[in-house]
Design a protein around this ligand. Structure first.
Ligand SMILES: *Cc1c(COP(=O)(O)O)cnc(C)c1O
Length: 479
């Protein structure tokens, strides 16, 4: 075999790999959604090290079929309803493949101009598509950037907020006072992680109560917590509000929260990791009311907008603050374009220095689907979730556990927590569906999240039938 894979060999093997993916997608619905092998099954089936001489790609693909694929959780399976399903699509994979093929580093404009410029343009497109406030666009004071995940977006927002709250001192002196972050009891765990990494500590995170019905942050409780911290001489640095919480897709009241942040001078970051994609549909934009107050905002196209992980779209209203907080310029990165101040250097917008050409996959998705194609995907998810929720509501044995504004339905059995947990374990054991759970007001709750582009009405109906049959067979003690 050649020392390196030459372009002709790559072409041949590449076709085989693309065929493998196409076959995988074509047969996905026939596979069990999850593997039921015990831990260590794959490790036991693999040799202890690589062969001395290279092997052909065909040998790898064969092992993928027999060893790896059967032990995967199939995140794109049409009956995968857990967490928030993967949202891969053909155009996304192709854009990502080309990004890999190009192998460029986009840390500076100068290290690959098109990598930076396409990202800026695509994020402006996306801001237009979601009808985000004008100040998030690169044509104004703000701009967008692709982060790996919403967790990174929250961390970067926290660092910029610290920079502002410290009057610019934080960058040089580090944490000099007790800075505080605020989020609701339903906020994502990445907020706590960001606060720990940023040096606020777990005690620096103030957990704000939610309304028991809507599970949305209570603005009065937020105001009280900020006031109390100010009175104690602490510095409120950032409020993280959520559009579409991970547990139940609750929506924090941005108009009230935003007004409090504006009045008290606190950075407002809005985390719409999953539900942000809904704003491509005009009829769902009510969920983003009040966003004009936000200093930063993010959502994950990899959660509901047909793009492969990792792709978090993050915008700031004032790019100057973010860049000041994070900029570094070692001698070996000095270049004429940066010195003119006329270009964006995305290394100052994120934690790592290096960065992939992730805008390609997003560009492929936006262009291949077009605005209407994206809307159709979101609308299909919402309609399927509504259909499922109607079934739940019409059946006395079940109850809805929270509102379902998007494509996640939270529900439980009237018979109680133990019965609900047993039901989840039994339907998942069939291998024909996969759901996950949460707790709502302390009560065990099942979650059915629709998201895979392969999911149709028949898959949602089958999920309902499996649940309904499994309830029949639950031991009487649960009734
Ligand atoms: C999923 C989720 C996150 C974390 O997303 P990653 O992109 O995986 O880091 C953050 N916030 C909310 C509300 C989420 O649902």
């Amino acid at each position: 075999m050649a020392e390196h894979m030459d372009p002709e060999e790559f072409r041949r093997a590449g076709h085989a790999a693309v065929d493998w993916i196409a076959d995988y997608w074509a047969t996905l619905g026939q596979r069990p959604v999850t593997s039921h092998d015990p831990p260590g099954a794959l490790a036991a089936a693999l040799p202890t090290g690589p062969t001395a001489q290279g092997e052909p790609v065909e040998a790898l693909l064969a092992d993928l079929d027999t060893l790896v694929a059967p032990r995967l959780t199939h995140w794109q399976h049409p009956s995968f309803f857990g967490y928030f399903p993967a949202n891969i699509s053909g155009p996304s994979v192709l854009g990502d493949l080309i990004s890999s093929g190009l192998g460029v580093q986009g840390m500076l404009w100068a290290t690959s101009p098109a990598c930076t410029e396409l990202e800026t343009v695509v994020l402006d497109w996306l801001a237009g598509l979601l009808d985000l406030p004008q100040r998030f666009r690169s044509t104004g004071s703000g701009g967008g950037v692709i982060q790996d995940s919403a967790s990174s977006a929250t961390l970067v927002a926290t660092l910029a907020a610290l920079h502002r709250a410290s009057g610019g001192r934080w960058r040089d002196t580090g944490i000099d006072r007790r800075y505080r972050a605020y989020t609701s009891s339903q906020g994502h765990s990445s907020i706590e992680k960001a606060a720990r990494i940023a040096g606020l500590g777990l005690d620096g995170v103030r957990v704000i109560d939610v309304d028991p019905e809507t599970l949305a942050m209570r603005p009065d409780a937020l105001r009280e917590a900020i006031r109390a911290d100010l009175a104690a001489g602490d510095v409120p640095a950032i409020v993280v509000a959520t559009i579409g919480t991970t547990s139940t897709t609750a929506i924090d009241p941005l108009p009230e929260i935003g007004a409090i942040c504006a009045e008290l001078g606190v950075w407002l970051h809005v985390d719409a990791a999953y539900a942000g994609a809904a704003a491509v549909c005009p009829e769902l934009r009510w969920s983003h009311v009040g966003l004009e107050y936000a200093d930063s905002y993010c959502f994950d196209p990899h959660k509901w907008l047909l793009t492969g992980f990792d792709c978090d779209a993050f915008w700031v209203a004032d790019r100057g603050e973010l860049i000041e907080a994070l900029t570094v310029l070692p001698e070996y990165l000095h270049n004429a374009a940066t010195e003119t101040g006329a270009v964006i250097d995305y290394r100052d917008w994120q934690v790592p220095l290096g960065r992939r050409f992730r805008a390609l996959k997003l560009w492929f998705v936006l262009r291949w689907y077009g605005v209407e194609g994206l809307r159709t995907h979101i609308r299909s998810g919402v309609a399927l979730a509504d259909r499922f929720a109607d079934r739940v509501q019409a059946d006395d044995r079940f109850a809805l556990a929270a509102p379902h504004p998007f494509s996640l339905v939270c529900f439980r059995l009237a018979a109680g927590d133990e019965a609900s947990a047993e039901l989840l374990s039994r339907v998942n054991a069939t291998g024909r569906v996969f759901l996950t759970h949460t707790r709502v007001a302390g009560r065990y709750t099942l979650r059915l999240a629709v998201g895979s582009p392969l999911t149709t009405q028949a898959h949602v109906d089958e999920a309902w039938e499996l649940l309904s049959e499994a309830v029949e067979k639950l031991p009487a003690s649960h009734e």
